[in-house]
Structures are given as structure tokens and as C-alpha cells.
Design a protein around this ligand. Structure first.
Ligand code: NAD
Ligand code: TYD
Length: 357
């Protein structure tokens, strides 16, 4: 079991990174310091962590507003904090945005990861034990038909600018391990859901639109399939990998929980009706609206995660019904978080993405 004193978490103010820091500081016996390195793009929100890190001192948590493409800044953070682990979440993460503007995805996901690896390579010369964990996605494997699963050794076949940029970063991480001997681990995970997810992804878009009585936009025929995992379960898996995983290995993480978008949105409508006290469970379903399909829309993702289950003893902790109910309750109880999110950039995005469909 590896122990760490100073962990750099990149993208720790985003959806999964913030849930990760919350989990590590509150629910594990980690006694060291987290250095959260985040540029605070539209998706980064310091409010996501305020209650956990508010009163905490610098021996446990430090925030640095830094772009991962800034080599000098990253280089000095490594030296200043004696870093023994990097967990790299920071990325541009939304497929639709990558279709509207791929440049930022190439910059952050490819050049940013390259910059981090370069700074790490220099630091490694005297700190050979330091671990670099790269957080990636199942989307690098492409799109499945009605059957089959992605395994760790499935050939890469990315099809969107987002997945192509993530695939490229995955290859760089592997190359730095094979060429320079950097200590790395990697994970490829399916779609996450849970609290603090920015309302551009499917579940929070639907939740906010249900609350506002707006249309629920289903792309294409609504039969695309995603495999959904509660964000806490993604984070317990990452912690298992960094503390116990084999160096140089990739682990797939999944929910084993496949849903068509249409069935999922129907289910969200039913849970919301129950939580908001509507007698008719179909009350919100009338809002469902079919809109133009996403360009190059991947049909199905599904992960085989036997490796992490068998090797590290990880497993999912909640059913989809439980996780969804908790998530929807969280959105209902956190209207202030939602109001604060509804900034110019959020509204601009909603206009741009949905007006053209
Ligand atoms: P997110 O968009 O919610 O958060 C990304 C964070 O990275 C934000 O805090 C943002 O400010 C920060 N960031 C962006 N560009 C940066 C830069 N140049 N320098 C420093 N910080 C920067 O993303 P997320 O959903 O939390 O995803 C986190 C990671 O997990 C990503 O690498 C993503 O590819 C991967 N992943 C996500 C999912 C999912 O369902 N959301 C599934 C599998 C893998
Ligand atoms: P998304 O949450 O963007 O994740 P990803 O594309 O990375 O899987 O989308 C999940 C699925 O939901 C995907 O098939 C696209 C679809 N979708 C809609 O039908 N309507 C929407 O408004 C959004 C945001 C997504």
C-alpha cells in the first residue's frame, strides 16, 4: 500500500476532482496535503469545495490557480511542495463543446498533459517514487454496436475531438512510462453522475430544465447507450489504483449499468415527480423533445471492469436508483449553487448549443 504526503490534484475544482478531494479529505485516512491546481475555467467552481476546505490549514489543502500549460508554474509547484503523487483530472471534458471549438481541447488535454509530464520528468530525476495517475475516459475506445465491451487492451478508436484529445494524452502518459520510466497508472472510466456536475452534461441539463419547466432535449432517436457510474465510486476506484494498483497499468472503471438516453430521462422525470410531490409520475415527461442529433454521435459505450474488481477488490457501492435519487435530492437542496452557476457563460452555452439544433 503506497502512502503519500503531498498530492497534486489537477482540475480539483471541477465535477469529479472536487468530489475526489472531498472524499479524500473527509472519508479516508489520508493525512497529507492536497495541492489543487486548477485554472478555473467555466467548469471550475471553488464553491464545489468551500464547505470542506473553508477552515482547513495549509498543511492539508492548498489551492493554486494555475494553467496546466504553464510549465514554469507547474515546475515550481513540484519543487515547493515536495510532491509524491499527481492525480491528473484537469481537462476540457464536454463532447458538444469539442465539436463547437476543438482548439481548447487540443491545448488543455494534449499540450497541458504534455507540459505536466515534462515538469514531472524533470522532477523524477531525483524523486523516482513519485506517482503520476492519469484520469481518462472510455470514449477513447470508440463506439460499440449492440454487443461487446471495452477491455483495457481494446484498440483505441476515438471519434470526437474530445475523445481524440484524451486518447492522445493517454498515449503520451504511456510513452513517458515506457521511454523514461516514469511511475504511472491510468484509468478509463464510463459516464459519471452525482453532485456538483456542471449543467451541460445530460443529467444536470435535464434536472435544471425539469425544474425550470423547459424542454428536455433528446439528441437523435434517444437510443444511444451510456454506462453510468456514481462519481464517488469513480473516486474510490482511483484511490484504490493510486494506493494499490500496479505501476504502468491501466484499469477500466465502469458502472455495469447501461441505459438508453430516453429510458434514463424518463426515469429522471419519474424520480423528480416523486421528489417534488407530483401525483402523476408522468408529469414531467411531456417536456421530452427530440432535437437534431449530435455530429458523429457515438452509439454505445460499455466497460468491462473485471480487472480492477479482481486485482484491487473495488466494486460499485450504490445502485443506480439510489445514486440518482441522492443526486436529484442534492440538486433540489442546492438551488443557490444552481443560481450561482447560471452565469453569462452558462447561458451563452445553452443558447449556442441548443438554438442550432
Ligand atoms: P469538468 O469539466 O467538470 O472539470 C474540469 C476541471 O479542469 C475544471 O475545474 C477546470 O477549471 C479545470 N481545467 C480545465 N482546463 C484547465 C487547464 N488548462 N489548467 C488547469 N485546470 C484546467 O470535468 P470532469 O467531468 O470533472 O472530468 C474530470 C476528468 O475526468 C477529465 O479528465 C475527464 O476527461 C475525465 N472523465 C470524465 C467523465 C465524466 O463523465 N464526466 C468520465 C470519464 C472520465
Ligand atoms: P453527455 O452527458 O454529454 O456525455 P457523453 O457525450 O460524454 O457521453 O451526453 C450523454 C448522452 O446524452 C449522449 O449520448 C448525448 C446525450 N445528450 C442528449 O440527448 N441531450 C443533451 O442535452 C445532452 C447534454 C446529451
Amino acid at each position: 500500500m503506497r502512502n503519500f504526503n503531498n498530492i497534486i490534484v489537477t482540475g480539483g475544482s471541477g465535477f469529479i476532482g472536487a468530489n475526489f478531494i472531498r472524499h479524500i479529505l473527509s472519508d479516508t485516512d489520508f493525512a497529507g496535503r492536497i495541492i489543487n491546481v486548477d485554472k478555473l475555467t467555466y467548469a471550475g467552481n471553488p464553491e464545489n469545495l468551500q464547505d470542506v476546505v473553508g477552515g482547513i490549514d495549509e498543511s492539508r489543502y492548498v489551492f493554486s490557480r494555475t494553467d496546466i500549460c504553464d510549465y514554469d508554474a507547474i515546475d515550481s509547484l513540484f519543487a515547493k511542495y515536495n510532491v509524491d503523487c499527481v492525480i491528473h483530472f484537469a481537462a476540457e471534458s464536454h463532447v458538444d463543446r469539442s465539436i463547437h471549438g476543438p482548439g481548447e481541447f487540443v491545448r488543455t488535454n494534449i499540450n497541458g498533459t504534455f507540459t505536466l509530464l515534462e515538469a514531472a520528468r524533470k522532477y523524477w530525476a531525483d524523486n523516482k517514487e513519485t506517482l503520476f495517475h492519469h484520469v481518462s475516459t472510455d470514449e477513447v475506445f470508440g463506439s460499440l454496436g449492440e454487443t461487446g465491451y471495452f477491455f483495457e487492451d481494446t484498440p483505441y478508436d476515438p471519434r470526437s475531438p474530445y475523445s481524440a484529445s484524451k486518447a492522445s494524452s493517454d498515449h503520451l502518459v504511456q510513452a513517458y512510462h515506457h521511454t523514461y520510466g516514469l511511475n504511472i497508472t491510468m484509468s478509463n472510466c464510463t459516464n459519471n453522475y452525482g453532485p456538483y456536475q456542471f449543467p451541460e452534461k445530460l443529467i444536470p441539463v435535464m434536472v435544471l430544465n425539469i425544474l425550470a419547466g423547459k424542454d428536455l432535449p433528446i439528441y437523435g432517436d434517444g437510443q444511444n447507450i451510456r454506462d453510468w457510474l456514481y462519481v464517488i465510486d469513480h473516486n474510490t476506484a482511483i484511490w484504490d489504483i493510486v494506493t494499490k494498483g500496479r505501476i504502468g497499468e491501466t484499469y477500466n472503471i465502469g458502472g455495469e449499468n447501461e441505459w438508453t438516453n430516453l429510458d434514463l430521462v424518463n426515469s429522471l422525470c419519474e424520480i423528480m415527480a416523486e421528489l417534488t410531490g407530483k401525483d402523476n409520475k408522468d408529469f414531467y415527461k411531456k417536456l421530452i423533445t427530440y432535437v437534431k442529433d449530435r455530429l458523429g454521435h457515438d452509439r454505445r459505450y460499455a466497460i468491462n471492469c473485471d480487472k480492477i474488481k479482481g486485482e484491487l477488490g473495488w466494486k460499485q457501492s450504490v445502485t443506480f436508483a439510489e445514486g440518482l435519487k441522492e443526486t436529484l435530492k442534492w440538486y433540489l437542496e442546492n438551488d443557490e449553487w444552481i443560481e450561482n452557476i447560471k452565469s453569462g457563460s452558462y447561458l451563452e452555452w445553452m443558447d449556442k448549443n441548443y438554438e442550432t439544433r
